[in-house]
Design a binder for this molecule. Structure first.
Ligand SMILES: C[S@@+](CC[C@H](N)C(=O)[O-])C[C@H]1O[C@@H](n2cnc3c(N)ncnc32)[C@H](O)[C@@H]1O
Length: 143
């Protein structure tokens, strides 16, 4: 079967606004719950306690997931990347509003071609990005 990916970057003004204003509270809280469950199982400790370093979020969109993540796991810092300027503007607004500017750094990156801020990441998260990429496998070889 031939795969037809969505257009990758969400840079339309109306599209970015509609996505930023949509209520994703249930799936996004569930994402954070599942992260906690898997992380605890793999590491034998809860992320509230041991997630104290940097976390990378790929395709952060308007930052709803990472704001929830940062509010739950309060000892980590987050680098969040997206290739769409408009989404990053919504993300910046949400992060300011949540008072998380000291802990969340935004970076414009087009994946998989452009390099991500190089540092050690204790965890890498991503929600609803893979289906946008022309070659999903490329996500696993980003540098
Ligand atoms: C469906 S949204 C998901 C946003 C966020 N992770 C969430 O769960 O709310 C997908 C995001 O990935 C971004 N994106 C898609 N393809 C990308 C690419 N090749 N490089 C960087 N960002 C990309 C889009 O601009 C959009 O903000």
């Amino acid at each position: 079967m031939e795969r037809t990916p969505e257009p990758d970057l969400m840079n339309g003004k109306a599209q970015a606004k509609a996505y930023a204003e949509a209520d994703f509270s249930e799936p996004h809280e569930n994402f954070v719950d599942l992260f906690k469950e898997y992380f605890s199982r793999e590491n034998g400790s809860s992320p509230e306690e041991v997630l104290t370093e940097n976390v990378l979020d790929l395709g952060c969109g308007p930052a709803d997931v990472i704001v929830r993540f940062a509010n739950r796991f309060t000892k980590c810092n987050i680098v969040a990347v997206d290739g769409a300027d408009l989404m990053l503007e919504h993300a910046r607004e949400a992060i300011n509003k949540a008072g998380l500017v000291d802990r969340i750094t935004l970076q414009k990156v087009y994946l998989p071609d452009e390099p991500i801020k190089h540092m050690d990441y204790q965890a890498i998260i991503s929600n609803s990005l893979l289906h946008h990429l022309k070659d999903p496998q490329s996500l696993f070889s980003c540098e």
